[in-house]
Design a protein. Structure first.
Length: 117
């Protein structure tokens, strides 16, 4: 599988790096990339989105090693699996950062934006 990062996730990563208590976020994300590249779709499948046939959305829990907390209090990464063997990393947020948690409409918009490029 080919993995690409959306503009939104790049902005999210920059946001958390600037907060200084999330300095290892890139390493944390990198921990799941080998599974995704191998086609092992980790995390929970998100339902209720109008996606092309064969496409899927997933949310995976990732430990925040900067804060020394496990997956349950760490990050949530939402990614989109496209039908042409591509995975788009859409957004990442800290579970403890309530104002950054996207709702379904925002997630759908991220998928739409991803399909445009």
């Amino acid at each position: 599988m080919i993995i690409e990062r959306s503009k939104k996730i790049n902005s999210d990563i920059d946001y958390y790096i600037r907060k200084k208590k999330y300095k290892k976020i890139l390493d944390d994300i990198s921990s799941i990339l080998p599974d995704l590249e191998a086609g092992n779709l980790v995390g929970d499948k998100l339902e209720g989105f109008n996606l092309p046939e064969g496409a899927a959305l997933y949310k995976v829990r990732i430990a925040n090693t900067s804060a020394n907390v496990g997956k349950s209090n760490g990050f949530r990464l939402i990614y989109y699996v496209a039908i042409e063997d591509k995975i788009y990393l859409l957004t990442i947020y800290s579970k403890k950062d309530d104002e950054r948690i996207p709702n379904d409409a925002q997630i759908a918009m991220l998928v739409g934006n991803t399909l445009e490029f």
